[in-house]
Design a binder for this molecule. Structure first.
Ligand SMILES: Cc1cc2nc3c(=O)[nH]c(=O)nc-3n(C[C@H](O)[C@H](O)[C@H](O)COP(=O)(O)O)c2cc1C
Length: 190
């Protein structure tokens, strides 16, 4: 099963990178298959340092801010326990992993990884349709170069009612950040 969350990595100078990623989760999170595209900072950092931290989160506003480039303050982190990396303080669960193998033969790489430490911070808040809609919009926002603009617009129109009906203030803000981001990057549809 694929679980969407945030991966933190560091480069050789210790600089933090936070990126939304959807690894394949094996068993009860004992192993992860990460599939970062090349080029990306996550790919470079994992290929070099061979470790990172995957976070299960319920804060879609953070995802929207990262994807739309509107994160104005650094995310709050603390050192990981067992790998050279950083843990997001605001997460539900985290999984520190080491990368066992890297297959970079295709643009979407495959990195087989072992979870070496995990812990919980707070309970997952529960399913919310607006959050899932924002997550889908965030994925669309990272694929604008692959998808026809009309298809993106149709998908957003299907997602919008869930936001209108079920969003709280954070989900509304996240949705608007992503819509603005997508509109600024798309050519007007003829
Ligand atoms: C929910 C979600 C899941 C994502 N999963 C992946 C993934 O598995 N692999 C990937 O390469 N990009 C994935 N992306 C897109 C990356 O987050 C995006 O390309 C990002 O810019 C990469 O950042 P980086 O260069 O800092 O690593 C995902 C985006 C979202 C919103």
């Amino acid at each position: 099963m694929i679980i969407e969350g945030l991966v933190t990595t560091v480069d050789t100078a210790g600089r933090l990178n936070v990126a939304p990623m959807g690894p394949i989760v094996h068993g009860d999170f004992q192993r992860l298959t990460l599939r970062p595209f090349q080029p990306s900072t996550t790919f470079n950092n994992l290929d070099t340092t061979r470790c990172g931290v995957f976070h299960v989160i319920d804060d879609v506003l953070l995802i929207a801010r990262i994807i739309s480039g509107t994160l104005t303050t650094p995310v709050d982190t603390e050192p990981a326990r067992c790998v050279s990396g950083q843990i997001l303080r605001d997460c539900c669960r985290w999984f520190e992993f080491t990368v066992d193998s890297v297959d970079a033969s295709e643009s979407r790489s495959r990195m087989e990884s072992t979870v070496v430490f995990s812990d919980e911070r707070r309970p997952f808040s529960g399913f919310n349709r607006a959050r899932h809609a924002v997550l889908e919009a965030a994925i669309l926002a990272t694929r604008l170069h692959l998808l026809p603009a009309t298809q993106v617009q149709q998908h957003l129109e299907l997602l919008q009612p869930a936001v209108q009906k079920t969003a709280g203030p954070d989900e509304q803000q996240a949705w608007h950040l992503l819509i603005d981001y997508i509109q600024k990057r798309q050519e007007p549809v003829a």
